[in-house]
Design a protein around this ligand. Sequence first.
Ligand SMILES: [Zn+2]
Length: 166
Amino acid sequence: MARLDRVPVGLTSHARSWMPGSQFAVLAHPQPQLVKVAPDSLLDGPEFGTWMLVGRGRLQSDWVTGTLAPAWRTQGLRETEAPAESAAWWGTDKLIEFCSYLPDLSVLYQLVTSVRRTVCHWCGIDVIGDLCVFCSATPPPVHEPAPARALTAGSHRTHRALTTGG
Ligand SMILES: [Zn+2]
């Protein structure tokens, strides 16, 4: 049985009740998930079309390429060997690693630029999204910029003046 200490504890508890030798599939990101491998069992897939990279270790199984990839509406598939570190990471070399990725750089660029980018107020590195990956600082509460507020108040006053005059 593989070591699953990299997976949240809640997920591994019911895996212990499975028969020794049974195969299971683990999703590490973005949402940890663990299922027993069966024709009708699935992991939650990406919300948009992706390609899949499959790294084969010593496990003989078509579940990833034959069941999971079609269920995730994978647009393309590339195969490679599992990285050498994978066996140590999972505690077994009977594995198949897989990940989804966006092959289209322009789509990836759009996704990244649509997310808020700031500079961490604590350590100063570029932050994409809300949490600094380096120091884990979250941005300070956002204060409404003063000029915008003045503009709103000004236009409101003008509007009221017009109404009164007419
Ligand atoms: Zn930081």
